[in-house]
Write a protein that binds this ligand. Structure first.
Ligand code: ZN
Ligand code: ZN
Length: 363
């Protein structure tokens, strides 16, 4: 937020910054089990361990006001979705959201309440017929997928490092949704060390076709930026510019297929100086129609702040040293020796027939 302010992006009159309140308990219970909400409330009072609920664990330690903090993050995503659905805002962003691993009855992977899932339930209740969730985080968006597994009106899309080599161990191409909802879970499971070119090739080979086929009323996207090579929590090598381009694509698709209705969320991201501020600045820049190129210098005052706060050289530009990302489109041809291409083909072949998309030329 400091970087966005220093760049002048959030100071523009057409931007509305809204405070958020913790979401009411009955809204949390649209997706979470009451006994789990009780457990989170207990964990908010101090030391508390409940292995079944995933609380008091290494990934999800209990802390004072845990419930309130997680409910507030969820409240911001719900407010964002309501503002977009109600037409007060074309796009909205909650960088604190994107807690995609939270399960109906358990915390998981640093995620307590599943803000995206609660927001999807809210817009469904207000009349949304088809909602699409797009997850760009390095890890599979397992919580959101689980919550809408049997719901054909919610399509969850996740591009991630394969569960064969990374937490949470799920999200394979043949995982496509429950019996009445086949094709409304879409998973691209990439090999470790997939680079920007491979990641963008995979994204473009699947996402646009899926969005056009599904025709969502609203898109909620999760911009976890832990697929970067500097991020210790994945083995992907996706640079800042590729993640910027992914946000550009989601934005374009929202205008093309969802009447512009787009809610963007944060998510994972553990390289907190070199990657997270840059990627999320791009997300907010794009969502506020003030896109900034990757070679824009970072403001001196922001650099000075990083210098003062941390013993770490601040990034000089809004991209990284890896520069701009380019990729070869899927239409240029399939390479059977490429592990990335085999992953892309597995997803297209599995899911496209269920969505009425013609992929026969690849069989
Ligand atoms: Zn992640
Ligand atoms: Zn727009």
């Amino acid at each position: 937020m400091r970087l966005l302010r220093e760049l002048g992006i959030v100071n523009e009159p057409h931007i509305r910054l809204s405070p958020s309140e913790p979401v009411a308990r009955d809204l949390l219970e649209r997706v979470h089990e009451p006994h789990y909400v009780d457990a989170v409330m207990k964990a908010s009072q101090g030391d508390y361990t409940d292995e079944v609920c995933g609380l008091g664990t290494e990934d999800n330690p209990s802390f004072p006001d845990m419930h309130e903090a997680a409910a507030r993050m969820t409240g911001a995503t719900v407010d964002a979705a309501l503002a977009v659905w109600g037409g007060q805002s074309m796009h909205a962003v909650n960088l604190s959201g994107g807690m995609h691993h939270a399960m109906p009855g358990a915390a998981s992977g640093f995620c307590i309440y599943n803000d995206a899932a609660v927001a999807i339930k809210m817009v469904q209740e207000l009349g949304a017929q088809r909602v699409m969730y797009i997850d760009l985080d390095a890890h599979h968006g397992d919580g959101v997928e689980t919550m809408f597994w049997d719901d054909p009106s919610v399509l969850t899309f996740s591009i991630h490092q394969s569960g064969a080599t990374l937490f949470p161990g799920t999200g394979f191409p043949t995982d496509m949704g429950g019996p009445g909802a086949l094709g409304t879970a879409v998973n691209i499971a990439l090999p470790p060390r997939t680079d920007s070119a491979g990641w963008l090739r995979a994204l473009h080979a699947v996402l646009p076709d899926v969005v056009r086929a599904f025709q969502p009323d609203l898109i909620i996207s999760q911009h976890g930026c832990d697929a970067h090579c500097l991020d210790a929590l994945s083995d992907l090598r996706v640079n800042v510019d590729a993640q910027r381009q992914a946000a550009v694509l989601v934005h374009q698709l929202a205008h093309e297929a969802a009447q512009g209705r787009w809610v963007a969320l944060g998510g994972g991201g553990y390289s907190v100086v070199d990657v997270v501020p840059l990627v999320w600045t791009h997300v907010v820049g794009i969502a506020s129609h003030q896109e900034v190129p990757s070679d824009t210098p970072t403001p001196q005052r922001w650099q000075g702040y990083i210098d003062m706060l941390l013993d770490h050289d601040p990034p000089q530009f809004l991209g990284d040293r890896l520069g701009a990302a380019t990729f070869t489109p899927w239409s240029a041809g399939f390479d059977p020796d490429s592990e990335v291409d085999r992953a892309i083909r597995a997803t297209r072949n599995a899911v496209f027939p269920h969505l009425g998309i013609d992929a026969t030329h690849e069989l």
